[in-house]
Design a protein around this ligand. Sequence first.
Ligand code: ADP
Ligand code: MG
Length: 245
Amino acid sequence: MSGKSPQLDSSRPDSRPVPSAPAIALSEIDLSLGRGAARVHVLRGISLAVGQGEAVGLVGPSGSGKSTLLMVMAGLERPDGGRIAVEGTDLGDLDEDALARFRGRRIGIVFQAFHLVPTMTALENVALPLELADKPDAHARARAELEAVGLGHRLNHYPAQLSGGEQQRVAIARAIAPDPAILVADEPTGNLDEATGRQIVDLLFALKRDRGATLVLVTHDPGLARLCDRTIRLRSGRIDVPVAA
Ligand code: ADP
Ligand code: MG
């Protein structure tokens, strides 16, 4: 595990994150997906480091690999080649169980398609990661997070009873609730009207400002990209010329 990391400070216990390590470090990431004729070389030699507490906007045309790169950063997709380290821990050193635990402790994920549990209410969906992490008062915290995204009146609705924008806000509340050090979000304002989108953006950036969280946000919204410290543009699975924030 992280004990092998050359960046580990010997005065710190192995499992503690290394403050000097980047939040996310990708080195020469290669990934192909699909089988046979449908196989696509999605990520081609991606290297980048995201600093702790940094907000990075990930932009680029549809199909350029943004969602896939986010999944690699979150440890949900293992690359065919290259290395990924999160807070100094090489994800390649973790087996599936250890990786899932690491993710649960450190990373919040907002999927492009939300991935809410259909048989659970909004409140239960948001409480789930809190319960898995043995946090006290999971339901009270989940309720507060849903109120913060403007869904205090939809606590007991199931995902199918919610609009796309409401489901997106449940997904954001679920990702924020466990207070992750790193939050990756795939087009988090993609389904929201302007006012609701602003409210969500405020919440995401409050996580960075007040709790020092690292944000990686896939977005097509130039206004949101401008709020980030830095923008990275993907084109056909490669990092394109960097765009000043
Ligand atoms: P973006 O989020 O930038 O729109 P994606 O990361 O979703 O792009 O996809 C990048 C490319 O990889 C697309 O051309 C897509 O069709 C392809 N792709 C994604 N997932 C798979 C898969 N499971 N099998 C085959 N091709 C895939
Ligand atoms: Mg995508």
